[in-house]
Design a protein around this ligand. Structure first.
Ligand SMILES: [Mn+2]
Length: 410
């Protein structure tokens, strides 16, 4: 039986605007704006090198439903290159790039097969004129698809292989909008050979046999999307599946946590951060969010007196000349640092009362509402996630603790 070799990618988010990073020096911002295109180029290179049969792109190919001509041309160019190498491309669209009625009239080369319907349709992949695999998929035609689509995936052919493309998530995943929800067992019951998923940006294997896989996105876009990003190169036969992760990102997003319990001078803190940043340098261009944990009172005062901002500038300038630059986005305190909560939370003094405050996101809502509901301000403010509210609460608590204790010898 003929083996299948293909690339599974999803959530390319081509032409992401990276709005939150527009404060960067112009040269860096330009590189960031190019990063999704560069990752796409790397994808094409991997497909060519591995001489795959086809590439599956499972939704959110573009970041937005209205695409710039530039983005469309870049995508077309990638498809044409794959066409030159006789590589087919199967594309479905997701919640970010859902197909509108006046859908792009770009003439794609013959190797490109789009899933245009919100119903599940099929394309048959042929090798040496023999039908080898049936590929099933659908595209979003609105910003959201709430129905479970799994009943629409039905084997309709006698091809040796059956592959499902599904942009959606497991029912009741609180962190993500549950679009096109499914239960794992529903996919297993289809008896397909491979489930190519998209929508969740974190790489995940829901099941190994048959493979039910999220490859994650191909380029990180925020501090929540850290580490290597890429696609899977899959070698599939009827007995087994071999999956190899291929990194594609052109810029990494990283979080760095540094223990600064021994540090009490500004010089020592610069050295500690710089050392860790240099170690990262071997991993390629990166944006870094630094968290300082177990911090001393001195470190807290550097932070609240604004001195760490100068450290950021100093290190960023040093790292910017390098080919693989690293750019610190922020340095923040993590946890309570020098205040041992258990030492002060008993009793009825004010510090104890602060520490006894029950953390609740309703209180955060109340506190931030005047700003978030302000007619002018709200245009610029996105809704906060549960984690962001918890972070905000922790920062507020830390400011209070610092201000209440900074003149005392704790
Ligand atoms: Mn996505």
């Amino acid at each position: 039986m003929e083996q299948l070799r293909f690339i599974h990618c999803a959530d390319l988010h081509i032409d992401s605007p990276f709005k939150g990073l527009d404060h960067l020096p112009q040269a860096l911002f330009k590189e960031v704006k190019q990063s999704t295109f560069k990752a796409l180029k790397s994808l094409v290179e991997v497909a060519k090198t591995k001489q795959v049969d086809f590439v599956l792109m499972v939704g959110d190919v573009f970041d937005q439903t209205t695409q710039s001509v530039y983005a469309q041309m870049q995508f077309l160019h990638a498809c044409e290159q794959l066409n030159e190498h006789n590589i087919s491309v199967y594309v479905s669209f997701g919640n970010h790039d859902y197909i509108q009625r006046d859908f792009v009239n770009i003439a794609y080369p013959a190797n490109v097969h789009l899933f245009k319907e919100e119903e599940v349709t099929t394309h048959v992949f042929k090798k040496n004129n023999q039908p080898l695999a049936t590929i099933y998929g659908f595209s979003y035609q609105n910003q959201a698809v709430y129905e479970n689509k799994t009943s629409l995936f039905k084997k309709t052919t006698e091809t040796p292989y059956h592959i499902g493309m599904l942009h959606g998530s497991v029912e009741q995943q609180p962190e993500h909008d549950t679009y096109a929800p499914f239960r794992l067992q529903q996919l297993i019951d289809k008896d397909f050979d491979y489930w190519a998923l998209g929508h969740i940006h974190k790489r995940q294997h829901l099941k190994e046999s048959p493979p039910i896989i999220y490859p994650g996105n191909i380029q990180g876009r925020s501090k929540k999307e850290t580490g290597e990003k890429g696609c899977y190169y899959v070698e599939l036969d009827k007995a087994s599946a071999q999956l190899t992760f291929m990194p594609l990102q052109s810029i990494r997003f990283e979080q760095l946590t540094i223990n600064v319990s021994e540090i009490s001078s500004i010089q020592a803190i610069e050295q500690a951060i710089f050392k860790r940043i240099q170690q990262l340098g071997t991993k390629g261009k990166s944006f870094v969010w630094v968290n300082l944990e177990y911090y001393t009172k001195e470190v807290a005062s550097f932070y609240y007196e604004g001195m760490l901002a100068d450290i950021i500038d100093f290190i960023n300038e040093k790292m910017m000349d390098k080919k693989d630059w690293i750019w610190i986005q922020s340095i923040d305190l993590k946890g309570h640092g020098f205040i041992r909560k258990e030492d002060y939370q008993d009793g009825d003094h004010f510090l104890a009362q602060v520490l006894q405050l029950q953390e609740s996101s309703e209180e955060v809502d109340q506190a931030i509402n005047p700003l978030w509901k302000h007619p002018k301000a709200r245009k610029y403010l996105a809704d906060l996630s549960k984690e962001e509210k918890a972070d905000l609460l922790e920062s507020a608590e830390n400011i209070l603790l610092y201000q209440l204790t900074r003149k005392q010898n704790l």
